[in-house]
Design a protein around this ligand. Structure first.
Ligand code: 5AD
Ligand code: SF4
Length: 442
């Protein structure tokens, strides 16, 4: 009898950490149904693509992947293919027209419906769509965490900011904060299971609690989380310069566990363009926040996001962005070419920038930023940092890596003395643009 034959799930995640976290809650449900994890898509009984649509490049890649799955379905008609996440929310049943081999399309508020939908699908050969955003975004779902020492903790879902280029508010809905008690309960559990590092996740963590209307805010949450025993490091992302306050910076500085890494996206260095982006702050305000954070948080590692080629961006405005990079001297900048998203105001704005010009500006921007990234990393040479060991690098089994509290990646030659999850001192020998090389200190 092979009625007990093992069944396998395969999940591929695209996009941000919020999607990583959601994937863990999909995996938790699949495990509850008796499926096991496989790394080999060809062996899977359920393939779930948890998608992103923040830029066209992501969407194109995912559509390609969905296309590739067709031959697997032809070979094994019992295979169940689910497309979930932001692109599922955006495309809804149009995805079935485009790819009839997809069985389930599940939106961003419908994660908890996976099990029911799989059961429905197995009873009838029909497509199923669940993409209702008028229901709560958070559901009490067990996560099957993908990592052993690092855990994602969503603290809110959605975004109310409506930056004019961004599709997130349309596919994730309005901001909803999770109650402090629920967050603390989950982190206590995580700590009891031996996790050392958590990352508090939200599209805009600084507006945490505003919808709860009970006086709770991000500073209060940080204090509550900081007091939980067993956790070593608390990360948070993403911050928004409009809602980040000096008091929050004080709360971070006063905490024992909140790390010295702040990701504070500025998007561009021109006040005129920031207005058109509906960002709600000026470069002067941003610079004040950055200066205060540097003053209050020792060895702050400051990173940012920049978009080039937003509609109407002139050469002078782009120069303002280069100038800003030179003033702030970030440790790292994630740089993006503006990608028009249907339904967002910026997609209809005049003076769209030609692709070639956008690519050229991106290159010039990276050339400026790379100098600072290298300088920051070189300034860490010959110093010793505490690192939580993550394990071997992708390319070389003998090279292991881990991260500092500032989220800098350090690679060293494994001598067998450090185990995954250990916190160990590592001396930096060489700072490079993207990574540091070092050795374990014994
Ligand atoms: N085009 C390019 N970049 C975008 N981002 C968001 N929307 C777009 C878009 N339409 C970038 C922003 C944001 C990061 C997560 O993605 O910089 O901070
Ligand atoms: Fe998008 Fe702006 Fe919200 Fe960030 S703050 S998710 S960029 S709308």
């Amino acid at each position: 009898m092979d009625a007990m034959k093992n069944k396998f799930w395969f999940i591929q995640t695209y996009g941000c950490q919020m999607n990583e976290s959601d994937s863990e809650r999909y995996a938790g449900q699949l495990e509850a149904l008796g499926y096991h994890k496989t790394e080999d898509m060809e062996l899977a009984d359920v393939i779930l693509l948890n998608t992103c649509c923040v830029r066209e490049t992501a969407e194109g890649k995912i559509l390609g992947k969905i296309g590739e799955l067709k031959h697997l379905k032809e070979r094994n008609p019992a295979l169940l293919i689910a497309v979930t996440g932001c692109m599922a929310q955006e495309w809804q049943d149009r995805l079935f027209d485009r790819a009839p081999h997809v069985d389930l399309v599940i939106g961003t508020h419908n994660i908890h419906q996976l099990i029911t939908l799989i059961e429905e699908r197995q009873k009838a050969s029909d497509h199923y769509l669940a993409a209702d955003m008028d229901i709560p975004a958070f559901h009490d779902l067990p996560a099957k965490r993908f990592q052993k020492f690092f855990a994602w903790v969503p603290i809110m879902n959605g975004c109310n900011k409506f930056c004019t280029y961004c599709i997130v508010p349309y596919v994730r809905g309005r901001e909803v904060s999770r109650p402090v008690a629920d967050i603390v309960k989950e982190i206590r559990q995580i700590a009891a299971e031996g996790y050392k590092e958590i990352t508090l996740l939200g599209q805009n963590v600084n507006s945490y609690g505003m919808d709860l209307k009970d006086g709770t805010d991000f500073s209060y949450l940080l204090q509550a989380v900081d007091a939980i025993d067993g956790i070593e490091r608390v990360r948070y992302m993403t911050s928004h310069p409009k809602d980040m306050t000096f008091a929050m910076i004080d709360a971070i500085a006063a905490s024992k566990k909140v790390v010295n890494h702040m990701h504070l996206p500025i998007q561009c260095g021109s006040d005129e363009l920031l207005k058109k982006m509906n960002r709600g702050y000026t470069t002067d305000h941003y610079l004040e926040l950055a200066a205060y954070a540097r003053k209050r948080i020792p060895d702050l590692v400051l990173t940012t996001d920049i978009i080039v080629g937003f509609p109407g961006e002139t050469e002078a405005m782009f120069q303002d962005t280069l100038h800003l990079l030179k003033r702030v001297q970030y440790d790292m900048a994630y740089t993006f070419i503006y990608s028009p998203r249907t339904g967002t105001p910026a997609a209809k704005m005049p003076d769209q920038i030609p692709q070639e010009e956008k690519s050229h500006r991106l290159q010039r921007l990276m050339d400026v930023q790379n100098v600072f990234s290298l300088e920051h990393n070189q300034s860490m040479e010959h110093q010793v940092y505490d690192v939580i060991v993550e394990g071997p690098t992708k390319n070389d089994e003998n090279n292991w890596f881990g991260r500092t509290t500032g989220n800098k990646m350090i690679i060293w030659e494994n001598d067998g003395t450090a185990a995954v999850g250990d916190t160990v001192p590592v001396a930096v020998d060489k700072g490079q643009t993207w990574v540091l090389k070092g050795h374990l200190v014994h």
